[in-house]
Design a protein around this ligand. Structure first.
Ligand code: CP
Length: 301
């Protein structure tokens, strides 16, 4: 049984094999209607619980569709509709769900919830985002980069904005996939201190993106941030907006990514999001393919 909890906790060879599997499965579908199953149905007979304690569009739908394409069944559950949201412990929930389903994907707030679920479940658990990390997203992002530009090892990736959970998974991926990662953002919104080794930090966004192969950003106010902090965060992050001027300071063929949902013309302008550097729709699509590979790795099928 293998959990997919974080990129830095997963063997680099396994990560590489998941990306390869994702590309093969994407190619094998070859434009067939989205509601039809894959030729092979490795999840036939498998039941997957998808638990959401936070909102989601991409994660929810891509996991659901991915499991069905592979011949499995899903249950999409809201934490607040379960006894989990009314005092039942995570450990007891994990023990009970493990009697019904073959795999649990959970999007939750605290990392401790995910880890406790994994400790007590007797089936694989996948991290669908916590306040701390977002590993499925970055697997899709690495796949997307390599689809457009070849191997990511040795490339320069620059994150402009808030040092949030999505950045944390980029930092974990830098070590595992061997690319250089620069963070540019205000000191007050720095990544967690344990992420600083192995990344570069540059407060000047134009200097930071010089030579970048990929520029990435994310929303300025994450789901777990208080709305009362919105104005302060916007004021601090405005100099780090990804706009055409900033992209012009990167390599001419640099890509732009945003995991979405975006607040257009805040963290990135529409001109960049819809412009020639942007691969955001491929990035969103690749959530589906990357997660199908993660599911197969977890289940060993
Ligand atoms: N990027 C991402 O995780 O999107 P959702 O919040 O819509 O799932």
């Amino acid at each position: 049984m293998q959990h997919f909890l974080d990129i830095h906790k997963t063997d680099p060879d396994a990560l590489r094999s998941m990306i390869d599997t994702a590309r093969e499965m994407k190619s094998a579908r070859n434009g067939r209607p989205k509601g039809t199953p894959d030729d092979t149905r490795p999840l036939a007979g498998h039941m997957v619980a998808l638990i959401f304690e936070k909102p989601s569009t991409r994660t929810r739908i891509s996991f659901d569709v991915g499991v069905r394409q592979m011949g499995g069944e899903t249950m999409v559950l809201s934490g607040s509709d379960m006894q989990l949201g009314h005092g039942e412990t995570i450990a007891d929930t994990a023990r009970v769900l493990s009697r019904y389903v073959d795999l649990i994907m959970i999007r939750t707030f605290e990392e401790a919830t995910l880890l406790e679920m994994a400790d007590y479940a007797t089936v694989p658990v996948i991290n669908g985002l916590t306040n701390r990390t977002h590993p499925c997203q970055i697997m899709a992002d690495v796949m997307t980069y390599e689809e457009h530009r070849g191997g990511i090892a040795g490339r320069k990736v620059v994150w402009s904005g808030d040092g949030n959970n999505t950045f944390a998974s980029w930092a974990h991926a830098a070590g595992q996939f061997g690319f250089d990662l620069t963070f540019t953002g205000p000191e007050t919104l720095d990544p967690e201190p344990d992420l600083h080794s192995g990344i570069a930090i540059d407060r000047d966004p134009e200097r930071a993106v010089a030579g970048a192969d990929l520029v990435v950003t994310d929303t300025w106010v994450s789901m777990h941030d208080p709305q009362s902090a919105r104005e302060r965060r916007h004021n601090q992050l405005r100099p780090y907006q990804v706009n055409e001027e900033l992209m012009a300071a990167a390599k001419p063929d640099a890509l732009f990514m945003h995991c979405l949902p975006a607040h257009r013309d805040d963290e990135a302008t529409s001109a960049v999001m819809d412009g020639p550097h942007s691969v955001i729709w491929d990035e969103a699509e690749n959530r589906l393919h990357a997660q199908k590979a993660i599911l197969r790795w977890c289940l060993g099928v």
